[in-house]
Design a protein around this ligand. Structure first.
Ligand SMILES: Cc1cc2nc3c(=O)[nH]c(=O)nc-3n(C[C@H](O)[C@H](O)[C@H](O)COP(=O)(O)OP(=O)(O)OC[C@H]3O[C@@H](n4cnc5c(N)ncnc54)[C@H](O)[C@@H]3O)c2cc1C
Length: 377
């Protein structure tokens, strides 16, 4: 007779790897399934680095989640004996009455988070490789930096496996359905049964939840690495991550780590995915022109010579906030979806929350702003 698991986790990327780990750590019999072999470069969790920050301009309600996420990343580093977090600091730059600077200041004030305010002149003096409009404001968040994205996924998966989780890769889930109070999960190789199901399918969430008609839009996004003319941007010399709000959009980047140079991307924009989601992307001239112009204006010591390009997916909700909930008619199913291009830093805590929701343990943070019901209001 087939084994009945406590929980099946579908998708072992950023969120699913963390959920499998959180469940295994709590002693549950967990089966994790992925259509590919994570960490891989066909979903949303690849490309070397992801920014992590606490003074969250998007909404102050994310801050308690972030405090827990930081703790969990530190614990994972200790457990895996791998360096996952680089505390480089982050410069946020933009108009004082824009979206980023007021949002950062609001979250920092509400949660008494340490930040440093600078004028653009002071930022240019301290970081000669950075330029910007003299009227812009600057906030330095020292307790920010970046995560090694693939290493985080691998550390969660390795830790989950060591704690007894069964992880099956290259197994595509083709359907799921309630089975009494539990679930039946169908793959191309057979069926699996569990009491609970966690769907953490990233850009494929819409396919696995098509009956719910959740308004998710998947976008093609692009990452670029540019050669650097001198030593202005080295992480080893204390250069931080940066995030700009400009009249042409939001742009961000990371300090130089190696000969590939500076990694830069545009957070805004992105073309809707119109074909099958299979991890293939094409270069986009509009995005390249926008990023090239941003570099020319604000990062004068970066050349326009690209050393690497990579494509990735954002899975957007209409309000750009995540979905973390159980399904209204099938409470044995938990979903984490629609991370809207800013979710990786949270995956440690989202995995823990998914584990708590699916095992009916008490939830330690307020999740109301991430519930599904907001779309039916
Ligand atoms: C270019 C780019 C830059 C970003 N920068 C940042 C940043 O700086 N900071 C930040 O916090 N966030 C950032 N993000 C967002 C963040 O990376 C994502 O929100 C996060 O990685 C999404 O994780 P996920 O688990 O939802 O998806 P994924 O990691 O893609 O995982 C989904 C998994 O589900 C599997 N799967 C799907 N369907 C099935 C199926 N039917 N059967 C079996 N398996 C299935 C997939 O194979 C995949 O492994 C960025 C995203 C991109 C694309």
């Amino acid at each position: 007779m087939a084994e009945i698991y406590d929980v099946v986790v579908v998708g072992l990327g950023g969120v699913g790897s963390a959920a499998a780990f959180a469940l295994a750590e709590r002693g549950y019999r967990v089966l994790g399934l992925d259509q590919f072999s994570p960490p891989h470069s066909r979903g949303s969790s690849h490309g070397e680095t992801r920014i992590i920050r606490k003074s969250y301009f998007e909404h102050p309600d994310y801050v308690p989640l972030l405090c827990r996420a930081y703790d969990l990343w530190h614990e994972l580093e200790a457990r895996s004996e791998k360096r996952l977090y680089h505390p480089t600091g982050l410069l946020e730059i933009g108009p004082h009455d824009g979206i980023v600077i007021p949002g950062v200041l609001k979250s920092a004030a509400q949660f008494d988070l340490p930040i440093e305010r600078l004028t653009m002149g002071e930022a240019k003096k301290n970081y000669p490789g950075l330029h910007g409009d003299d009227s812009w404001s600057v906030v330095l968040e020292k307790d920010a930096g970046y995560l090694n994205v693939e290493a985080c996924v691998k550390a969660h998966l390795d830790s989950a496996a060591m704690l007894g989780a069964t992880l099956e890769v290259n197994q595509k889930v083709i359907g799921w359905e309630p089975n009494g109070a539990g679930v039946r999960v169908q793959t191309q190789e057979g069926d699996f049964f569990a009491d609970k199901l966690i769907l953490a399918a990233g850009p494929w969430a819409g396919e696995l939840l098509s009956q719910l008609k959740i308004p998710l839009q998947v976008l093609h996004k692009h990452l670029y690495w540019f050669e650097v003319e001198n030593e202005s941007y080295r992480e080893t010399d204390g250069f931080p991550c940066f995030f700009y709000e400009t009249p042409t959009g939001f742009f961000y980047g990371f300090p130089q780590r190696d000969a590939l140079g500076l990694k830069i991307a545009r957070h805004s924009g992105g073309g809707p995915v119109s074909s099958e989601i299979d991890g293939s992307h094409e270069r986009n001239s509009e995005d390249e022109l926008a990023v090239g112009a941003f570099v020319a204006e604000n990062l004068p010591d970066v050349s326009q010579r690209m050393t690497r390009w990579s494509g990735c997916y954002y899975t957007m909700t209409p309000d750009e906030h995540f979905i973390v909930d159980t399904l209204p008619n099938d409470p044995q199913v938990t979903i984490v979806a629609g991370l809207s291009g800013h979710g990786f830093k949270f995956t440690s805590v989202l995995g823990e929350l998914a584990a708590e929701l699916s095992t009916e343990r008490p939830i330690s943070v307020d999740l109301d702003f991430l519930r599904l019901s907001r779309f039916s209001k």
